[in-house]
Design a binder for this molecule. Sequence first.
Ligand code: 1GP
Length: 256
Amino acid sequence: MPEREIYQKLLSACDERRGGFLLLIDPDRSCPPELLELIESAEESGVDAILVGASFMFSDKFSESVREIKSLTPLPVILFPGGAGQVTSHADAILFMSLISGRNPQYLIEEQVRAAPIVKACGIEPIPTAYILIESGSYTTVEYVSNSRHIPRSKSDLAVAHVLAAEMMGMKMVYLEAGSGARLSVPDEMVKAVSANIEIPVIVGGGITTPEDAAEKISAGASFVVVGTRLESPGNKNRLCEFTAACHPTLVPIFK
Ligand code: 1GP
């Protein structure tokens, strides 16, 4: 099993720039030329790593899509799987997640048991990650597919209890998820409460549509922001740079 090379890379990137930006690519949509161009420009645009995955796959080309993405960028390509079917040796690492906000054993442990031997055989680096769904104003695909309930937006204390348990169980990252295309992103107060209570990095994603919203998550204590949907439409190279600048406070001149 590889040493924690990618995890260490993420930690250093975040330390150096006081925050990080992860670009999420939905493997079902990896073909349009605009998206290929976005991936090719990701490194120079300041992206720290690329996540690939979806809670539900419609195509049977997962592995090929990851290989194609990997061929377009020197950045770490990290799997963000919706299940054991989304494991491939073409990636560098995998967010080895347990959906701890739910009580559905399939996503707490069963998919992981199925995936573990494949991850070992592939030789990719597992990054143990607690995945936590937060209420986002509408019923999301991830809630439907995982058949699990979210944590209510107003219950930061419940979110804190979950992340404390995750850290005590040895998880290396926490992912606060509002869901892809969510109407409302994870509340800043919840990001703040969670980040203040644990040492491990906090990733925040789902429904983040403006650089300002992304910057708020970093100010609230998030280590990484994930954006997917907002960058899927054509002509988003400039927008990508705005997001990465917003998530890397030390790269932006501060005038007082
Ligand atoms: C979804 O958190 C990610 O799992 C990103 O969400 O597509 O809404 O940016 P968006």
